[in-house]
Ligand binder design. Structure first.
Ligand code: HPA
Length: 393
């Protein structure tokens, strides 16, 4: 079956219950059925977004007169006629949600969020299509336009950053719930965890276990999750009168590659960090690879606390301490709020904050319990592997 958002859009039929992964940039795939112009054709001809076309066609007065003229011209040239009967049918019967996730590969975290949404949707007789925005604002915007053009009943979104524009969906009257990440200034129901608190607990635990040169690898600072985890890291250090060293913080990409590169750099700092707090599971995997490459050991040379529980965290050679988030519940609660809105709830936007927990394991063991720990200078303390390497030099 050909992949593409346009095809998926055409296949969105209100009477069908289906779940679909849409993972193709919308721009490539919005072609119309042969001979019949679609809203995408009009948008392309006029050089505007589908949301603008729909605003013009709905008589929205906020659109500038030059855009109105361009859209009008394109409509005329393409002989475009929005199918009002089909539209009204869709309006009344659309049983589909769009779920726009920032990076589906952040497993199992986002997979669990998706599953939480799906369980509620399925129970309530909705299906959903899944869009992977890939931390890319442009791709995300395309998917939101698609959701508006398809007039889905609701959208659950993990926004890519402050540039995320909900206008196309909100103007189409579509209900939106934000999951996992806040959108500053945007009034929408939101389900999150307290990232500042969770990060400061994790770093506070490292401090309590005797670590002092604690590094932090966070994600893209445009995302609320990354910036709040960095805030929590700093708050914990400050609460212990440890002055945060900017040389010990990195903002990476929430992926393995970013974690690897950031950790390599951090390991070259002198004095070397004695611990690291890493703000998601993919970057933690990359950071652990860098530690391994450098021939260092955890926690002997470097204590580690990751973010997001992964099923294999306790199974690693050195079991990994993690901040565990209720990913399934984030999705489930987001979907419940969405259902409530679709059902007509018109109260003020709500923010639900779900609790996290800190799983303390061997990777952040107290310094005092580590082999070779003694009264000597902290960061110079070495693991047996480190001692072997030095002896071999
Ligand atoms: N991004 C990446 N990974 C994550 C996030 C996020 O917002 N939250 C939990 N893990």
């Amino acid at each position: 079956m050909p992949r593409g958002v346009g095809r998926i859009g055409r296949e969105l039929r209100p009477e069908l219950v289906w779940t679909k992964v849409a993972n193709v940039p919308p721009a490539k795939a919005n072609s119309s059925r042969a001979g019949v112009a679609s809203i995408f054709d009009v948008a392309r001809r006029a050089g505007v977004s589908t949301a603008t076309v729909s605003r013009v066609l709905n008589g929205n007065t906020s659109v500038g007169s030059d855009l109105v003229a361009r859209v009008g011209q394109a409509v005329k040239e393409l002989n475009y006629s929005p199918n009002r009967v089909a539209r009204s049918l869709r309006l009344r019967h659309n049983r589909v949600w769009a779920l726009v996730i920032s990076d589906i590969r952040t497993g199992p975290f986002f997979a669990d969020v998706v599953r939480g949404v799906e369980d509620v949707a399925y129970e309530a007789g909705y299906s959903m299509f899944l869009c992977n925005a890939d931390e890319d604002g442009g791709k995300e915007a395309g998917y939101l336009q698609l959701a508006a053009a398809e007039n889905v009943a609701g959208v659950v979104l993990t926004p890519s950053g402050p540039g995320t524009d909900l206008t196309p969906v909100l103007e189409a009257g579509i209900k939106v719930v934000l999951a996992d990440r806040r959108l500053p200034g945007r009034q929408a129901d939101t389900v999150i965890t307290d990232n500042v608190l969770a990060a400061s607990d994790a770093v506070g635990h490292l401090l309590a276990n005797g670590y002092r040169r604690i590094a932090c690898i966070t994600g893209p600072l445009t995302t609320s999750t990354a910036s709040e985890r960095l805030l929590g890291y700093r708050a914990a250090l400050e609460a212990c009168a440890v002055v945060p060293d900017v040389a010990l913080t990195r903002s990476a990409d929430f992926r393995e590659e970013g974690g690897l590169l950031a950790m390599r750099e951090l390991l070259s700092a002198r004095p070397r960090p004695d611990a690291v707090f890493v703000a998601n599971n993919r970057m933690t995997a990359g950071a652990l690879q860098a530690v391994e490459e450098a021939g260092l050991s955890v926690p002997g040379d470097l204590a580690v606390v990751g973010y997001d529980e992964v099923p294999w965290a306790p199974l690693l050679r050195t079991a990994l301490s993690t901040v565990s988030q209720p990913a399934y519940e984030i999705g489930h609660e987001s979907a419940r709020l969405l259902l409530h809105r679709i059902g007509g709830y018109a109260g003020a936007p709500r923010t639900v904050v779900l609790p996290t927990s800190l799983n303390i394991r061997a990777s952040s063991a107290p310094r005092s319990t580590l082999p070779g720990s003694g009264p000597g200078p902290g960061p110079g303390r070495q693991s047996r592997a480190g001692a072997r390497r030095r002896a071999a030099r």
